[in-house]
Design a protein around this ligand. Structure first.
Ligand code: CMX
Length: 436
């Protein structure tokens, strides 16, 4: 596999670079931590490393140094397609270089070879009660496959530390190849006829996902490719990425680690926000029997805040401007279906809600994040089952966190183990600092 040679070729330099940094500068201070941060979710403490993505508070996400706009322009596309191949994105995340069309298609082919779902996986998912949340099914589906982990197998039969990355890559390719089928089956099991639609080897990731979901409307393959690109990675500190990394740091394999990450993604302050967001948009639409005026929308949003609720899809722990992932989806909707009422409402909310938040909330970031609009695009194509939306996010997020996991193994990142203090200890630290 060309991909493997590329990574293997980069490893000596990367390892030497990290070794030198640690040998010469391990005691150099990067950050200081205050009590507010310790009690405040470790916000903004610089204590993780990834070379795969970086969230600039002003400019938004960069994947391997490229902005969203760069990626949409530079990543290879199949002739006649608008949005780049998901295989090319995965190559970029893993290798750090924009691939050729051939290299992007190499990953697409690897995925096709590895996409067959074992029979027991269907049995596990079908055995669950009908009201099981689709994120629970996704996490269970991933965990059910753990017995197939090559990393776990080789680790127990003897593997040198500097070879850990190889079976981790194999596992990551195997798992990401199966995720679209698992997600689409969960969709069909929960909301359709329960039949699994097998992938077609002639199709790419986006086309196959549209097919397996059973969505015939043209354009859903393009949206899938866009969605996968936009949600794939957002540094290592967000809950899904950090949970995956933390569990992986115990040398748990990628099945255990990703399943944990998906459990974090299922939280309402993280990935579940996209379902809440679509719910909020539809509640606005119902309330006014169509699109409201800007003043009506302002008052409705204010009522949401006064009811002690957040406005889903707005605000961010790091970003301080409109999320470029929101802007890319807005542009997609404006190009393909500007007349769609729920999409038009999501655009209108963008005109009004930042003012409401600035005037009436303490949010540091009144701008939309990725979730503010993604549900309205899915809604256009008929994916209207709210609680499925986080599963889509999960399939995409897996692309980023699995590539991080491969590099964490390649660079020998150790077990994560921060230190805890008690409240009394923090009070003592505070008293000492105040000289009392
Ligand atoms: N609506 C109303 N109030 C909001 C708000 C929103 N969308 N966003 C933040 N605030 C409030 C916070 O609740 C907080 O209030 P208190 O001081 O009363 O506790 C205050 O503003 C300050 O919050 P912050 O420091 O700006 O935001 P955080 O870093 O604590 O939280 C986030 C970030 C995303 C959890 C928050 O903005 C939020 O709850 N947004 C709505 C849910 C959402 O869109 N989540 C998806 C995020 C993207 C992702 O992770 O996938």
């Amino acid at each position: 596999m060309n991909l493997k040679h590329k990574i293997a070729g980069q490893l000596p330099d990367w390892r030497a670079r990290v070794k030198k940094l640690l040998a010469e500068s391990a005691d150099v201070k990067v950050d200081e931590v205050n009590i507010g941060q310790i009690y405040g979710g470790m916000r903004n403490i610089k204590s993780l490393v990834t070379d795969i993505s970086y969230v600039d508070p002003e400019q938004g996400i960069r994947l391997r140094g490229y902005t969203i706009d760069d990626l949409l322009e530079k990543l290879p596309k199949q002739p006649g397609h608008e949005i780049p191949l998901v295989g090319g994105l995965y190559y970029l995340l893993l290798v750090g270089e924009i691939p050729s069309l051939e290299e992007a298609n190499e990953i697409e082919s690897e995925w096709k070879k590895r996409s067959k779902l074992p029979g027991y996986l269907f049995d596990v998912l079908k055995a669950m009660p009908v009201d099981t949340h689709p994120m629970t099914l996704l996490s269970q589906g991933i965990l059910a496959l753990q017995r197939e982990s090559l990393f776990a197998h080789h680790y127990h039969t003897g593997l040198k530390k500097d070879e850990y990355w190889d079976p981790m890559l194999e596992d990551s390719l195997n798992l990401t190849a199966k995720l679209p089928g698992i997600a689409a089956f969960i969709y069909r099991l929960k909301y359709k006829d329960g039949n699994y639609i097998a992938p077609d080897p002639a199709l790419d990731f986006g086309q196959n996902f549209a097919r397996m979901m059973g969505i015939e409307a043209s354009g859903y393959d393009e949206l899938t490719r866009l969605y996968m690109l936009l949600h794939s990675d957002h540094e290592s500190g967000n809950v899904s990425a950090h949970a995956t990394h933390l569990v992986g740091s115990a040398l748990s394999d990628i099945y255990y680690a990703l399943s944990a990450g998906m459990n974090g993604l299922a939280g309402p302050l993280h990935g579940l926000a996209n379902q809440e967001c679509l719910g909020w948009l539809l509640s606005v639409y119902d309330e006014f029997g169509g699109l409201p005026t800007k003043e009506q929308l302002y008052q409705y949003a204010l009522k949401t805040l006064q009811g002690g609720l957040v406005i889903p899809g707005y605000g961010h722990a790091v970003l301080r401007k409109t999320d470029p992932r929101f802007s890319a989806q807005l542009a997609f909707g404006k190009k393909h279906f500007p007349e769609d009422q729920i999409f038009a409402l999501a655009s209108l909310v963008y005109d009004v809600v930042p003012d409401v938040l600035r005037d009436h909330s303490r949010t540091k970031d009144p701008w939309p994040n990725v979730d503010a609009i993604s549900g309205s695009l899915q809604h256009h194509y008929g994916v209207r089952e709210f609680d499925f939306l986080t599963v889509l996010f999960g399939v995409s997020r897996a692309l980023g966190v699995t590539t991080n996991a491969v590099w964490a193994r390649a660079l020998g990142q150790p077990l994560e183990r921060p230190k805890s203090l008690s409240t009394a200890m923090l009070e003592a630290v505070a008293a000492k600092a105040k000289g009392s």
